[in-house]
Ligand binder design. Structure first.
Ligand code: ZN
Length: 463
């Protein structure tokens, strides 16, 4: 094997967020795999403001695994700082990335404005990391790539994508130097063996070096006989006492999976059929349109062929800000799905500010809650929470339903690696907090006999 490929870990190393991996080919061609934003703790968020370690204009191509913010949210910064190459991704990722990035810019502009007005920012002049105008400069650089198809990146470097079963359009990516035969696989974020809505994940062709996500590298997801029992119980309890159920949900994919779950619980008679179910997230509604688009049919689980996979008569869509505000005091007990999933921003924050103080209400978290987020504070039992510069008491019932994860658990990750041929030589455990990344590395060593390491931020390895 030659050492024609060098890898630099610029994010997603011992953290779940900020995924950015720089692949250098023959010392000059530079490919960035994912351009994620750091999220969660302040010291991580501040890294979004630091100078990028390499000149963005020297990067030839950016390749995206999927459209979550921690994989695409940094693109507008790179373009503003001089990146002008192509951004390669699947059609689904391109559609969703446009929605996610516009929403992020809008939120940042609003937050900067509110913080200036409210005077509660620690910064003298709070400003957004980027604006809608910055996002509009990113979108023309996208180029659609099909899965299972070789894409020539020049100088003998070829890439190919496989489905990752995580969110619509999500992929794992394999890069191969056709001269030396050396190759590297990036898992991207991996779904469970089966996704409730999407075509299931695939195992790419193997490579000597593999980067695997480790979000839940130290955990096994529950697989109860009756799915989502605690969730159903909470809905019945809360609605029964006249409260509202608030579900902070990642707008993309989680909203779809949630709606499908609620539909199945209603059809099985486990929760009342007449509860209004509001999707209060412009981004969530836009993403739902993408999932329902016939052009995306190849991504959707074949069991939904020929029919809409979400068919809820009680579904209500809050598109305007007025409709959203009205949901703070709905005229009858309701289920409200709103983003963001970790309550770091978005409409869900004003709902929390209104609803947390009332013990009749319930809040259900449906995904990973990064340290430093409001979501994490609530699932960890916070008794008060600061929002809009004020403390609000937490009296509502809080539940974290881990069954909703669209991330593989440790055994799912091991299964994915075990299915890989040829067998990897070195596996880098990325996209996980240090404990989960280390736990996964240990299992890979013990169960698969493969060298497994946890790279640190800024580390460079020759492949
Ligand atoms: Zn993801």
């Amino acid at each position: 094997m030659g050492t024609s490929l060098t890898l630099t870990f610029l994010g997603g190393a011992q953290t779940v967020t900020g995924s950015k991996y720089l692949l250098t080919h023959r010392g000059n061609r530079r490919i960035l795999v994912d351009a994620g934003m750091f999220q969660g703790q302040k010291k991580l968020r501040e890294m979004n403001w630091q100078p990028f370690p390499t000149n963005p204009s020297s990067i030839h191509t950016i390749v995206l695994t999927h459209a979550h913010m921690d994989h695409v949210g940094y693109l507008p910064v790179l373009v503003a700082q001089g990146f002008s190459g192509q951004i390669l991704a699947t059609a689904g990722t391109i559609r969703l990335a446009g929605i996610v990035l516009r929403d992020a810019a809008h939120l940042q502009e609003m937050e900067a404005r509110d913080a200036r007005k409210g005077g509660y920012s620690k910064h003298a002049n709070p400003r957004p990391l980027y604006t809608i105008a910055d996002v509009e400069r990113v979108l023309p650089l996208f180029r659609e790539v099909n899965v299972h198809t070789d894409v020539d990146l020049g100088d003998g470097l070829v890439m190919r994508m496989w489905r990752a079963g995580h969110i619509l359009g999500a992929t794992s990516i394999r890069f191969r130097d056709t001269t030396t035969g050396n190759a590297v696989v990036f898992s991207g974020d991996l779904g469970r063996l089966e996704h409730p809505v999407l075509v299931d994940r695939e195992v790419p062709q193997g490579a000597p070096t593999v980067l695997i996500e480790s979000t839940y590298g130290d955990r096994e997801h529950p697989e109860p006989e009756i799915p989502h029992q605690e969730f159903a119980d909470l809905v019945n309890r809360v609605i029964g006492r006249g409260g509202n159920v608030l579900i902070p949900a990642f707008a993309v994919d989680r909203t779809e999976v949630l709606l499908l779950t609620l539909q199945e619980m209603i059809e099985a008679g486990r929760i009342p059929a007449d509860i209004p179910i509001w999707v209060n997230s412009p981004m969530g509604l836009a993403a739902l349109d993408v999932y329902r688009d016939p052009a995306m049919a190849a991504e959707i689980d074949p069991r939904f062929k020929g029919r809409e996979f979400i068919n809820l008569p009680t579904l209500r869509e809050a598109r305007s800000m007025e409709a959203s505000m009205a949901l703070n005091c709905p005229d009858r007990p309701s289920i409200i799905i709103s983003s963001s999933g970790m309550a770091t921003g978005g409409r869900v924050v004003h709902h929390l500010a209104h609803m947390l103080g009332d013990e009749r209400n319930g809040v259900v978290f449906t995904g990973f809650q990064a340290p430093g987020t409001r979501g994490r504070a609530l699932v960890d039992g916070a008794t008060e929470l600061k929002m809009y510069g004020r403390y609000v008491p937490v009296r509502a019932e809080i539940l974290q339903d881990r069954e909703f994860s669209v991330h593989a658990d440790a055994s799912d990750l091991i299964d994915w690696l075990r299915g890989m041929s040829p067998t990897p030589t070195v596996v880098h455990c990325v996209h996980g907090e240090p404990d989960s990344a280390r736990a996964l590395a240990q299992r890979i060593r013990e169960e698969l006999g493969i060298t497994a390491v946890v790279p640190s931020l800024g580390e460079v390895v020759r492949l």
